[in-house]
Design a protein around this ligand. Structure first.
Ligand code: C5P
Length: 305
């Protein structure tokens, strides 16, 4: 039976420090090799049981987002309730509110992070006692980036995104996210990539060595940053290269597209450098600029009265 608490959970953004898109698989998806990293720029979810009101009642402070089955939060809650059977009680429903801060359709995994956070919150609210592996299994069918968020803050992701192994990055960095204000659809980005390249470059040995359980320093990783989508979506969106250049001029050690875009992120040595860059770039019309430390703890519930 559900408790009457409200569970609050912060769902972080992610960036891909490395994103190699490898061969196309028989199921139409591509095999990936990615080094993913959470960023402390978060959405906030509040989840509570509603006695006497069956169903999933989702509200969002961003009116442009759907609150029905098209929203991954809704689908994640539905998947949990299906698997958990009568855990919530026959006549009860769920109220979920989401305060959005992560740009949408932006390469930052916001929808996937929200889905993973929903599963963690319901695991707590409904006292399901699912392990991270159980939760990952429920989340994986919802989207390719969902499993990663159960392995935060840093992980190597392979397969179509479902094979996730945590790694340790030593040292600290801050990330500045610049969203240029237009969405890029992931499916379109993959199509661009497939149609533009004749062959797939093999995975570099330096990346092959980074496996689950490995430890690497930020100093080692920054020179290895690359994203196959840059060459694929760059020609259609010349503004992306301008954003990366602006980040470098504002002091970023490296700047690159995240996921299939359109957010470009810069890596900074410390908070002061990141906040300075955020101030410099915030004035550009149409750009949304957010800053946060690289890395967050694992998805964790905060109980509200
Ligand atoms: O799983 P997700 O909804 O993020 O994927 C969106 C689309 O991106 C898929 O329909 C597929 O065309 C493409 N994709 C892919 N290989 C992956 C992940 C996504 O081709 N590993």
């Amino acid at each position: 039976m559900a408790s009457d608490r409200t569970i609050r959970i912060h769902a972080p953004a992610k960036v891909n420090l490395v994103l190699r898109v490898l061969d196309r698989r028989p199921d139409g998806y591509h095999n990936l090799w990615s080094l993913m990293q959470t960023v402390d720029v978060t959405d906030t979810l509040d989840v509570r049981a509603m006695p006497g009101r069956p169903g999933i009642h989702l509200t969002c402070d961003d009116a442009s987002l759907p609150t029905d089955r098209r929203n991954l939060i809704y689908r994640a809650a539905e998947a949990v309730l299906k698997r958990a059977g009568s855990a919530i009680g026959r006549d009860a429903g769920l109220a979920i509110t989401i305060a959005k801060r992560i740009p949408v359709s932006a390469g930052l995994g916001g929808g996937s992070s929200n889905a993973a956070a929903t599963i963690v919150a319901l695991n707590e609210l409904l006292a399901l006692r699912w392990s991270p592996t159980d939760m990952m299994k429920v989340g994986a069918p919802l989207g390719s980036d969902v499993p990663f968020f159960f392995c935060a803050p840093s992980a190597v992701v392979t397969g179509r995104g479902e094979a996730v192994e945590a790694v340790t990055l030593t040292g600290c960095r801050w990330i500045v996210l610049v969203n240029p204000g237009f969405p890029i659809e992931t499916k379109w980005a993959y199509e661009q990539l497939s149609s533009r390249r004749a062959s797939v470059a093999p995975l570099a040995d330096s990346l092959r060595r980074i496996v689950g359980g490995a430890t690497a320093s930020w100093d080692q990783i920054v020179p290895l940053m690359e994203n196959d989508f840059e060459a694929a979506v760059g020609p259609a969106h010349p503004e992306l290269a301008k954003v990366a250049q602006a980040l470098r001029e504002a002091g970023a050690e490296a700047a690159m597209l995240s996921g299939s875009g359109a957010t470009v992120f810069g890596v900074f040595r410390d908070e002061a450098a990141a906040l300075r860059a955020q101030r410099m770039l915030s004035g550009t019309q149409g750009w949304r600029v957010l800053a946060g430390a690289a890395g967050t703890g694992p998805l964790a519930c905060i109980s509200k009265a």
